[in-house]
Design a protein around this ligand. Sequence first.
Ligand SMILES: NC(=O)c1ccc[n+]([C@@H]2O[C@H](COP(=O)([O-])OP(=O)(O)OC[C@H]3O[C@@H](n4cnc5c(N)ncnc54)[C@H](O)[C@@H]3O)[C@@H](O)[C@H]2O)c1
Ligand SMILES: [Zn+2]
Ligand SMILES: [Zn+2]
Length: 361
Amino acid sequence: MTHEVRAVVAHKKGAPVSVETILVPDPGPGEALVQVQACGVCHTDLHYREGGISDEFPFLLGHEAAGLVEAVGEGVTDVAPGDFVVLNWRAVCSNCRACSKGKPWYCFATHNATQPMTLTDGTPLSPALGIGAFAEKTLVAAGQCTKVDPTASAAAAGLLGCGVMAGFGAAVNTGGVGRGDSIAVIGCGGVGMAAIAGAKVAGASRIIAVDVDERKLKWAERFGATDTVDSSKTDAVEAVRGLTGGFGADVVVDAVGRPETYKQAFYARDLAGTAVLVGVPTPELTVELPLLDVFGRGGALKSSWYGDGLPSRDFPALIDLYLQGRFDLQEFVSETIALDEVEAAFTKMHRGEVLRSVVVL
Ligand SMILES: NC(=O)c1ccc[n+]([C@@H]2O[C@H](COP(=O)([O-])OP(=O)(O)OC[C@H]3O[C@@H](n4cnc5c(N)ncnc54)[C@H](O)[C@@H]3O)[C@@H](O)[C@H]2O)c1
Ligand SMILES: [Zn+2]
Ligand SMILES: [Zn+2]
Protein backbone atom coordinates (compact mmCIF):
# COMPACT_ATOMS: atom_id res chain seq x y z
CA MET A 1 0.00 0.00 0.00
CA THR A 2 1.13 3.55 -0.70
CA HIS A 3 0.24 6.28 1.78
CA GLU A 4 -0.80 9.70 0.48
CA VAL A 5 0.23 12.31 3.02
CA ARG A 6 0.76 16.07 3.22
CA ALA A 7 4.37 17.21 3.41
CA VAL A 8 6.67 20.24 3.07
CA VAL A 9 8.70 20.19 -0.15
CA ALA A 10 11.49 22.52 -1.36
CA HIS A 11 11.49 22.49 -5.17
CA LYS A 12 14.03 25.13 -6.06
CA LYS A 13 17.03 26.90 -4.58
CA GLY A 14 15.83 29.88 -2.54
CA ALA A 15 12.15 29.47 -3.51
CA PRO A 16 9.51 29.32 -0.76
CA VAL A 17 8.62 25.79 0.34
CA SER A 18 5.15 24.36 -0.37
CA VAL A 19 2.84 21.87 1.29
CA GLU A 20 1.77 19.10 -1.05
CA THR A 21 0.71 15.50 -1.28
CA ILE A 22 3.52 12.96 -1.42
CA LEU A 23 3.54 9.17 -1.68
CA VAL A 24 5.09 7.08 1.09
CA PRO A 25 5.48 3.32 0.51
CA ASP A 26 4.84 0.62 3.09
CA PRO A 27 8.03 -0.39 4.90
CA GLY A 28 10.25 -2.94 3.18
CA PRO A 29 12.93 -5.06 4.87
CA GLY A 30 14.71 -3.10 7.59
CA GLU A 31 12.41 -0.08 7.27
CA ALA A 32 9.81 1.57 9.52
CA LEU A 33 6.82 3.76 8.70
CA VAL A 34 6.38 6.49 11.31
CA GLN A 35 3.36 8.69 12.04
CA VAL A 36 5.07 11.99 12.73
CA GLN A 37 3.65 13.80 15.78
CA ALA A 38 6.06 16.75 15.92
CA CYS A 39 9.04 18.08 13.96
CA GLY A 40 11.20 21.10 14.80
CA VAL A 41 12.42 23.65 12.25
CA CYS A 42 16.24 23.56 12.23
CA HIS A 43 18.63 25.96 10.49
CA THR A 44 19.81 22.99 8.42
CA ASP A 45 16.35 22.82 6.75
CA LEU A 46 16.89 26.38 5.61
CA HIS A 47 20.42 25.47 4.40
CA TYR A 48 18.80 22.74 2.25
CA ARG A 49 16.21 25.13 0.83
CA GLU A 50 18.98 27.59 -0.03
CA GLY A 51 20.91 24.90 -1.90
CA GLY A 52 23.73 25.13 0.67
CA ILE A 53 23.91 21.37 1.29
CA SER A 54 23.34 19.78 -2.10
CA ASP A 55 21.41 20.46 -5.30
CA GLU A 56 19.38 17.26 -5.22
CA PHE A 57 16.01 19.02 -5.32
CA PRO A 58 13.17 18.37 -4.60
CA PHE A 59 13.85 18.02 -0.88
CA LEU A 60 11.40 16.66 1.66
CA LEU A 61 12.33 18.88 4.61
CA GLY A 62 12.17 18.27 8.37
CA HIS A 63 14.43 16.06 10.49
CA GLU A 64 13.93 16.84 14.23
CA ALA A 65 10.99 14.59 14.89
CA ALA A 66 9.17 12.27 17.22
CA GLY A 67 6.20 10.04 16.52
CA LEU A 68 4.64 6.61 16.65
CA VAL A 69 5.80 3.62 14.65
CA GLU A 70 2.88 2.60 12.43
CA ALA A 71 4.38 -0.42 10.68
CA VAL A 72 7.71 -2.19 10.31
CA GLY A 73 9.17 -4.25 7.47
CA GLU A 74 10.63 -7.72 7.42
CA GLY A 75 13.44 -8.44 9.86
CA VAL A 76 12.81 -5.44 12.12
CA THR A 77 12.96 -6.47 15.79
CA ASP A 78 14.15 -3.39 17.70
CA VAL A 79 10.95 -1.35 17.23
CA ALA A 80 7.31 -2.35 16.82
CA PRO A 81 4.05 -0.65 15.84
CA GLY A 82 2.87 1.67 18.61
CA ASP A 83 6.38 2.50 19.92
CA PHE A 84 7.04 6.20 20.69
CA VAL A 85 10.31 7.07 18.96
CA VAL A 86 12.65 9.98 18.28
CA LEU A 87 14.07 9.90 14.74
CA ASN A 88 17.82 10.13 14.25
CA TRP A 89 20.18 10.57 11.34
CA ARG A 90 22.79 8.22 12.76
CA ALA A 91 21.48 4.68 12.36
CA VAL A 92 24.84 2.98 12.85
CA CYS A 93 25.93 0.11 10.61
CA SER A 94 28.09 -1.84 13.15
CA ASN A 95 30.48 -2.83 10.34
CA CYS A 96 32.34 0.20 8.99
CA ARG A 97 35.85 1.13 10.07
CA ALA A 98 34.55 3.50 12.79
CA CYS A 99 32.05 1.00 14.19
CA SER A 100 34.67 -1.76 14.06
CA LYS A 101 36.98 0.38 16.19
CA GLY A 102 34.26 0.84 18.82
CA LYS A 103 33.49 4.44 17.82
CA PRO A 104 29.99 4.11 16.34
CA TRP A 105 29.21 7.82 16.85
CA TYR A 106 31.50 8.41 13.85
CA CYS A 107 29.78 5.66 11.77
CA PHE A 108 30.66 6.23 8.09
CA ALA A 109 27.89 4.03 6.63
CA THR A 110 24.69 5.01 8.44
CA HIS A 111 21.40 3.52 7.27
CA ASN A 112 18.42 5.27 5.62
CA ALA A 113 15.27 3.86 4.04
CA THR A 114 16.06 2.24 0.70
CA GLN A 115 12.69 2.84 -0.99
CA PRO A 116 12.11 6.42 -2.14
CA MET A 117 9.23 8.65 -1.09
CA THR A 118 7.96 10.51 -4.16
CA LEU A 119 5.84 13.35 -5.48
CA THR A 120 2.50 12.17 -6.93
CA ASP A 121 4.08 12.13 -10.43
CA GLY A 122 6.71 9.65 -9.23
CA THR A 123 9.61 12.13 -8.86
CA PRO A 124 11.80 10.83 -6.01
CA LEU A 125 12.27 13.16 -3.04
CA SER A 126 15.56 13.71 -1.21
CA PRO A 127 14.65 13.57 2.48
CA ALA A 128 16.58 16.10 4.62
CA LEU A 129 19.32 14.22 6.52
CA GLY A 130 17.73 10.98 5.33
CA ILE A 131 14.59 11.65 7.38
CA GLY A 132 12.05 14.06 5.81
CA ALA A 133 9.63 14.55 8.68
CA PHE A 134 7.61 17.66 7.84
CA ALA A 135 5.09 15.06 6.73
CA GLU A 136 2.17 13.24 8.29
CA LYS A 137 4.08 9.98 7.78
CA THR A 138 7.66 9.24 6.82
CA LEU A 139 9.67 6.17 5.87
CA VAL A 140 13.03 5.59 7.56
CA ALA A 141 15.47 2.79 8.30
CA ALA A 142 14.32 1.06 11.49
CA GLY A 143 17.65 2.00 13.11
CA GLN A 144 16.67 5.66 12.70
CA CYS A 145 13.97 5.12 15.34
CA THR A 146 15.05 5.34 18.98
CA LYS A 147 12.46 4.32 21.58
CA VAL A 148 12.12 6.76 24.48
CA ASP A 149 9.77 7.18 27.46
CA PRO A 150 6.32 7.81 25.91
CA THR A 151 5.30 10.22 28.66
CA ALA A 152 7.60 12.87 27.12
CA SER A 153 5.93 15.53 24.96
CA ALA A 154 6.53 14.83 21.25
CA ALA A 155 7.32 18.50 20.48
CA ALA A 156 10.11 18.53 23.06
CA ALA A 157 11.40 14.99 22.50
CA GLY A 158 11.73 15.43 18.73
CA LEU A 159 14.25 18.23 19.21
CA LEU A 160 16.78 15.67 20.43
CA GLY A 161 16.77 14.34 16.86
CA CYS A 162 19.12 17.07 15.65
CA GLY A 163 19.83 20.50 17.14
CA VAL A 164 19.66 19.66 20.82
CA MET A 165 21.77 16.50 20.45
CA ALA A 166 24.26 18.44 18.31
CA GLY A 167 24.62 21.28 20.82
CA PHE A 168 24.50 19.23 24.01
CA GLY A 169 26.99 16.75 22.56
CA ALA A 170 29.29 19.46 21.16
CA ALA A 171 29.83 20.70 24.73
CA VAL A 172 29.72 17.42 26.63
CA ASN A 173 30.86 14.68 24.21
CA THR A 174 33.17 16.53 21.79
CA GLY A 175 34.33 19.34 24.09
CA GLY A 176 34.42 17.03 27.12
CA VAL A 177 33.30 19.87 29.41
CA GLY A 178 32.95 18.72 33.01
CA ARG A 179 32.66 19.77 36.62
CA GLY A 180 34.52 22.99 37.35
CA ASP A 181 35.35 23.78 33.71
CA SER A 182 34.74 27.04 31.91
CA ILE A 183 33.03 27.14 28.54
CA ALA A 184 32.04 29.85 26.07
CA VAL A 185 29.36 29.23 23.46
CA ILE A 186 29.31 31.48 20.38
CA GLY A 187 25.86 31.63 18.74
CA CYS A 188 22.89 30.95 21.00
CA GLY A 189 20.28 29.49 18.66
CA GLY A 190 18.78 26.07 19.32
CA VAL A 191 22.18 24.41 18.93
CA GLY A 192 24.22 26.85 21.03
CA MET A 193 21.54 26.97 23.72
CA ALA A 194 21.68 23.17 23.99
CA ALA A 195 25.46 23.44 24.45
CA ILE A 196 24.82 25.87 27.33
CA ALA A 197 22.21 23.56 28.89
CA GLY A 198 24.54 20.59 28.43
CA ALA A 199 27.43 22.41 30.11
CA LYS A 200 25.14 23.13 33.07
CA VAL A 201 24.11 19.47 33.38
CA ALA A 202 27.81 18.48 33.18
CA GLY A 203 28.69 20.82 36.07
CA ALA A 204 30.65 23.56 34.30
CA SER A 205 31.28 26.42 36.70
CA ARG A 206 31.47 29.28 34.21
CA ILE A 207 29.20 29.26 31.16
CA ILE A 208 29.61 32.28 28.87
CA ALA A 209 26.99 32.90 26.20
CA VAL A 210 28.12 34.97 23.18
CA ASP A 211 25.67 36.27 20.56
CA VAL A 212 24.98 39.40 18.54
CA ASP A 213 21.31 39.38 19.56
CA GLU A 214 20.34 40.70 23.02
CA ARG A 215 17.20 38.55 23.12
CA LYS A 216 19.20 35.34 22.75
CA LEU A 217 21.50 36.42 25.58
CA LYS A 218 18.51 36.98 27.87
CA TRP A 219 17.22 33.49 27.05
CA ALA A 220 20.70 32.01 27.55
CA GLU A 221 20.55 32.97 31.23
CA ARG A 222 17.45 30.80 31.62
CA PHE A 223 19.35 27.82 30.17
CA GLY A 224 22.30 28.19 32.54
CA ALA A 225 24.63 30.90 31.20
CA THR A 226 26.49 32.51 34.10
CA ASP A 227 27.69 35.41 31.93
CA THR A 228 26.71 36.93 28.58
CA VAL A 229 28.66 38.79 25.92
CA ASP A 230 27.06 40.86 23.17
CA SER A 231 29.71 40.48 20.46
CA SER A 232 28.07 43.13 18.29
CA LYS A 233 29.19 45.67 20.91
CA THR A 234 32.21 44.07 22.63
CA ASP A 235 35.26 42.14 21.46
CA ALA A 236 34.27 38.53 22.17
CA VAL A 237 37.82 37.27 22.75
CA GLU A 238 38.72 40.03 25.22
CA ALA A 239 35.41 39.59 27.02
CA VAL A 240 35.77 35.80 27.41
CA ARG A 241 39.36 36.22 28.59
CA GLY A 242 38.22 38.91 31.03
CA LEU A 243 35.67 36.53 32.53
CA THR A 244 38.21 33.70 32.92
CA GLY A 245 41.04 35.35 34.83
CA GLY A 246 42.58 36.72 31.62
CA PHE A 247 43.25 33.22 30.24
CA GLY A 248 40.31 32.09 28.09
CA ALA A 249 37.81 29.27 28.50
CA ASP A 250 38.68 25.57 28.73
CA VAL A 251 36.23 24.87 25.91
CA VAL A 252 34.78 27.23 23.27
CA VAL A 253 31.95 26.04 21.04
CA ASP A 254 31.33 27.79 17.69
CA ALA A 255 27.64 27.20 17.00
CA VAL A 256 27.57 29.68 14.09
CA GLY A 257 30.18 28.36 11.66
CA ARG A 258 31.69 31.48 10.11
CA PRO A 259 35.37 32.48 9.80
CA GLU A 260 34.98 35.33 12.30
CA THR A 261 33.28 33.16 14.94
CA TYR A 262 35.76 30.32 14.40
CA LYS A 263 38.65 32.75 14.96
CA GLN A 264 36.95 33.97 18.12
CA ALA A 265 36.64 30.37 19.32
CA PHE A 266 40.29 29.73 18.48
CA TYR A 267 41.58 32.72 20.47
CA ALA A 268 39.02 32.72 23.31
CA ARG A 269 40.33 29.30 24.46
CA ASP A 270 42.85 29.00 27.25
CA LEU A 271 46.22 27.53 26.26
CA ALA A 272 45.72 23.80 25.66
CA GLY A 273 41.97 24.41 25.51
CA THR A 274 39.51 22.92 23.05
CA ALA A 275 37.64 24.66 20.22
CA VAL A 276 34.60 22.82 18.88
CA LEU A 277 33.03 23.70 15.53
CA VAL A 278 29.38 22.58 15.44
CA GLY A 279 27.89 25.35 13.24
CA VAL A 280 27.93 24.24 9.61
CA PRO A 281 29.89 26.55 7.25
CA THR A 282 28.80 27.14 3.65
CA PRO A 283 31.17 25.96 0.88
CA GLU A 284 32.76 29.33 0.02
CA LEU A 285 34.03 30.10 3.54
CA THR A 286 37.72 29.87 4.38
CA VAL A 287 39.75 30.73 7.44
CA GLU A 288 43.37 31.83 7.79
CA LEU A 289 45.29 31.44 11.06
CA PRO A 290 48.97 31.99 11.88
CA LEU A 291 50.42 28.47 12.00
CA LEU A 292 52.59 29.50 14.92
CA ASP A 293 49.43 30.25 16.93
CA VAL A 294 47.98 26.86 16.00
CA PHE A 295 51.13 25.29 17.41
CA GLY A 296 51.77 27.68 20.25
CA ARG A 297 48.26 27.67 21.71
CA GLY A 298 48.16 23.89 21.78
CA GLY A 299 45.06 21.97 22.73
CA ALA A 300 42.52 20.63 20.30
CA LEU A 301 40.57 21.93 17.31
CA LYS A 302 37.61 19.62 16.84
CA SER A 303 34.49 19.41 14.72
CA SER A 304 31.32 17.93 16.09
CA TRP A 305 29.00 15.95 13.85
CA TYR A 306 25.68 15.48 15.61
CA GLY A 307 27.39 16.18 18.91
CA ASP A 308 29.33 12.90 18.64
CA GLY A 309 26.08 11.45 19.93
CA LEU A 310 24.89 7.89 19.85
CA PRO A 311 21.09 7.92 19.70
CA SER A 312 20.64 4.56 21.47
CA ARG A 313 22.81 5.77 24.35
CA ASP A 314 21.99 9.48 24.49
CA PHE A 315 18.29 9.94 23.58
CA PRO A 316 16.79 7.83 26.40
CA ALA A 317 19.25 9.35 28.89
CA LEU A 318 18.43 12.94 27.86
CA ILE A 319 14.68 12.20 27.95
CA ASP A 320 15.12 10.87 31.49
CA LEU A 321 16.98 14.04 32.53
CA TYR A 322 14.14 16.08 30.99
CA LEU A 323 11.41 14.10 32.78
CA GLN A 324 13.30 14.46 36.06
CA GLY A 325 13.34 18.24 35.62
CA ARG A 326 17.12 18.43 35.26
CA PHE A 327 17.21 19.44 31.59
CA ASP A 328 14.49 21.75 30.29
CA LEU A 329 13.85 20.42 26.80
CA GLN A 330 10.40 22.04 26.69
CA GLU A 331 12.03 25.49 26.98
CA PHE A 332 13.46 25.03 23.45
CA VAL A 333 9.93 24.96 22.01
CA SER A 334 9.21 28.65 21.28
CA GLU A 335 5.97 27.96 19.40
CA THR A 336 4.00 25.13 17.85
CA ILE A 337 2.87 25.59 14.25
CA ALA A 338 1.08 23.79 11.41
CA LEU A 339 2.74 22.26 8.33
CA ASP A 340 1.88 25.26 6.18
CA GLU A 341 3.70 27.64 8.53
CA VAL A 342 7.24 26.31 7.94
CA GLU A 343 8.12 29.10 5.50
CA ALA A 344 7.00 31.70 8.06
CA ALA A 345 9.06 29.87 10.68
CA PHE A 346 12.18 30.27 8.51
CA THR A 347 11.58 34.02 8.53
CA LYS A 348 11.17 34.06 12.32
CA MET A 349 14.34 31.98 12.72
CA HIS A 350 16.19 34.37 10.43
CA ARG A 351 15.03 37.33 12.52
CA GLY A 352 16.08 35.54 15.71
CA GLU A 353 12.56 35.55 17.14
CA VAL A 354 12.48 31.85 18.05
CA LEU A 355 14.70 29.08 19.34
CA ARG A 356 12.59 26.39 17.75
CA SER A 357 9.28 26.52 15.93
CA VAL A 358 7.85 23.00 16.10
CA VAL A 359 5.35 21.61 13.62
CA VAL A 360 2.73 19.59 15.49
CA LEU A 361 0.65 17.16 13.45
N1 LIG B 1 27.12 19.82 13.49
C1 LIG B 1 25.88 19.34 13.51
O1 LIG B 1 25.70 18.14 13.61
C2 LIG B 1 24.73 20.30 13.42
C3 LIG B 1 23.42 19.88 13.71
C4 LIG B 1 22.38 20.83 13.64
C5 LIG B 1 22.63 22.13 13.26
N2 LIG B 1 23.90 22.50 12.98
C6 LIG B 1 24.26 23.87 12.59
O2 LIG B 1 24.40 24.68 13.74
C7 LIG B 1 24.24 26.05 13.37
C8 LIG B 1 23.25 26.72 14.33
O3 LIG B 1 21.96 26.16 14.17
P1 LIG B 1 20.70 26.77 14.95
O4 LIG B 1 19.54 25.94 14.56
O5 LIG B 1 21.05 26.99 16.37
O6 LIG B 1 20.59 28.20 14.21
P2 LIG B 1 19.88 29.55 14.68
O7 LIG B 1 19.69 30.35 13.45
O8 LIG B 1 18.70 29.23 15.55
O9 LIG B 1 20.97 30.25 15.64
C9 LIG B 1 22.12 30.90 15.21
C10 LIG B 1 22.52 31.90 16.30
O10 LIG B 1 23.80 32.46 15.98
C11 LIG B 1 23.75 33.86 16.24
N3 LIG B 1 24.78 34.50 15.40
C12 LIG B 1 24.77 34.73 14.06
N4 LIG B 1 25.91 35.33 13.68
C13 LIG B 1 26.67 35.48 14.79
C14 LIG B 1 27.96 36.02 15.05
N5 LIG B 1 28.71 36.53 14.07
N6 LIG B 1 28.41 36.00 16.32
C15 LIG B 1 27.66 35.47 17.33
N7 LIG B 1 26.44 34.94 17.15
C16 LIG B 1 25.95 34.95 15.90
C17 LIG B 1 22.34 34.26 15.89
O11 LIG B 1 21.99 35.48 16.52
C18 LIG B 1 21.55 33.07 16.44
O12 LIG B 1 21.22 33.25 17.80
C19 LIG B 1 23.77 26.03 11.91
O13 LIG B 1 24.90 26.26 11.11
C20 LIG B 1 23.25 24.62 11.73
O14 LIG B 1 23.30 24.20 10.38
C21 LIG B 1 24.95 21.62 13.07
ZN1 LIG C 1 29.36 2.09 10.97
ZN1 LIG D 1 19.03 19.89 12.20
